[in-house]
Design a protein around this ligand. Structure first.
Ligand SMILES: [Zn+2]
Length: 71
């Protein structure tokens, strides 16, 4: 009977710890991937008329296909 009194709080703490760890583990990579997505799919990039790769609108030469672009 004494072992249950000792075990129950340990189990509760373990469950709480694992839930917290899952939240941290689930949140961390999501934030990272969101940041990468925001950087790569940022709306201020336009598709190149020649190769359709996303490039900056200020670009005069496409970095992908080296085409000269109209400003
Ligand atoms: Zn291009």
């Amino acid at each position: 009977m004494e072992i249950l009194i000792v075990l129950i709080p340990i189990v509760i703490i373990a469950v709480l710890f694992l839930k917290g760890f899952d939240q941290i583990a689930g949140r961390g990579p999501k934030q990272v991937s969101d940041g990468i997505r925001r950087a790569t799919e940022s709306g201020d990039r336009i598709p190149c008329p020649m190769c359709a790769e996303r490039i900056l609108p200020q670009a005069k030469i496409c970095p992908f296909c080296k085409s000269q672009l109209k400003t």
